[in-house]
Design a protein around this ligand. Structure first.
Ligand code: COA
Length: 258
C-alpha cells in the first residue's frame, strides 16, 4: 500500500505507523486521516501484526492538531460532518481495534493530536512532549472525541480546566494526571514502546482483543460492561489459545499461541 502522508514499518509482529508531515507539525488533514484509516484497517487484519505503535515524524511534534487550513471556512453542516467522519474512520476505529495500539508522543500533541493519542489503548511520552486541547482558542471545541476521552482519563475537573484554558501540560504533568503511562527521553521513546509491545506479544492476541472489547464497554453508553465481560470471558473458553494457555501452564512450559 502506497501512502503520501504516513510511513508504515513492520518487523517481527510490530508495526510502527509514523505520521509524516513534519513541515506542518504532522497536522491531520483529510488525506492523512484517510490514509491512517486504510493503514490501521490493513494492519488489524494482518495476522502477523500483534501490536501497533503510532508516532509523529521529526523531533518537534506527535501531531499539532487537525489541519486548521482545511476547515477555517467550513459551514455548520461541513463542521458536523468533519467530526462525524473523523470519529468514525479514525478515532473510534482505533479505540475499537482488536490489535493493541500504543501512542508514542514525541512532541506537541495538540487538539486532534491529543485526541488521536487518547484513542490509542495507552500512551508513552517523551520528556519534550506537550499536550493540550486548544480548540476553544480557535472558537471551536474538540471534535474528535476529546470532550469524552479526556474526562475518562483524567477526571472531569482536570479535563474541563484543560479544555477551558486551552493551555498545554508537560509530559510529567500528563503522567501525574494519568494521561500517559510513562515519560522517557526522546531517544528511549520508541525502544520503551517496543519493550512494552514485546511483553504484550507474548500473550494471547485473541484474549487481548476480547479484553479491549470488555474495557471499552465500560465507556459505551447503554451497554452493561459487566455483561460484555461475562460474554467475552465465556467465549475465551472456546478458543485454541485458552486450551494452549491452560495446558502450557499445567505442563510447566511457555504457551505457544497461534
Ligand atoms: N494546522 C495546520 N497547520 C499547522 C498546524 C495545524 N494544526 N499546526 C502547525 N501548523 C503549521 C504552521 O502553520 C506552520 O506552517 P508554515 O511553516 O507553512 O507557516 C508549521 O506547521 C510550523 O508551525 P509553527 O506555528 O511555525 O511552529 P511553532 O514552533 O512556532 O509553534 C505550535 C508550534 C504547535 C505551538 C503552533 O504550530 C500551533 O499553535 N499550532 C496549532 C495548534 C492547534 O491549535 N491545534 C488544534 C487544531 S484544532
Amino acid at each position: 500500500m502506497k501512502f503520501e502522508n504516513i510511513l508504515v514499518d513492520k518487523k517481527e509482529g510490530l508495526a510502527v505507523v509514523t505520521i509524516n508531515r513534519p513541515s506542518k507539525l504532522n497536522a491531520l488533514n483529510k488525506s492523512t486521516i484517510e490514509e491512517l484509516h486504510k493503514a490501521f484497517k490493513a494492519l488489524d487484519s494482518d495476522k502477523f501484526i500483534k501490536v501497533i505503535i503510532i508516532t509523529g515524524s521529526g523531533e518537534k511534534a506527535f501531531v499539532a492538531g487537525a489541519d486548521i487550513s482545511e476547515f477555517s471556512d467550513f459551514s455548520v453542516i461541513e463542521g458536523t460532518e468533519l467530526a462525524r467522519k473523523g470519529q468514525e474512520i479514525l478515532f473510534d476505529f482505533i479505540q475499537n481495534l482488536s490489535t493493541p495500539v500504543i501512542a508514542a508522543i514525541n512532541g506537541f500533541a495538540l487538539g486532534g493530536g491529543l485526541e488521536l493519542a487518547m484513542a490509542a489503548h495507552f500512551r508513552v511520552a517523551g520528556t519534550n512532549a506537550k499536550m493540550g486541547l486548544p480548540e476553544v482558542s480557535l472558537g471551536v471545541i474538540p471534535g474528535y472525541g476529546g470532550t469524552q476521552r479526556l474526562p475518562q482519563l483524567v477526571g472531569k475537573g482536570k479535563a474541563l480546566e484543560m479544555i477551558m484554558s486551552a493551555s498545554m501540560i508537560s509530559a510529567e504533568e500528563a503522567k501525574d494526571w494519568g494521561l500517559v503511562n510513562y515519560v522517557v527521553t526522546q531517544e528511549e521513546l520508541l525502544p520503551t514502546c517496543e519493550k512494552l509491545a514485546s511483553k504484550i506479544m507474548r500473550n494471547s492476541s485473541v484474549a487481548i482483543a476480547a479484553a479491549i472489547k470488555a474495557v471499552n464497554a465500560n465507556f459505551t453508553d447503554g451497554i452493561n460492561g459487566y455483561n460484555i465481560e461475562i460474554e467475552q470471558f465465556g467465549k475465551s473458553f472456546g478458543t485454541n489459545d485458552f486450551k494452549e494457555g491452560t495446558t502450557a501452564f499445567l505442563e510447566k512450559r511457555k504457551p505457544n499461541f497461534e
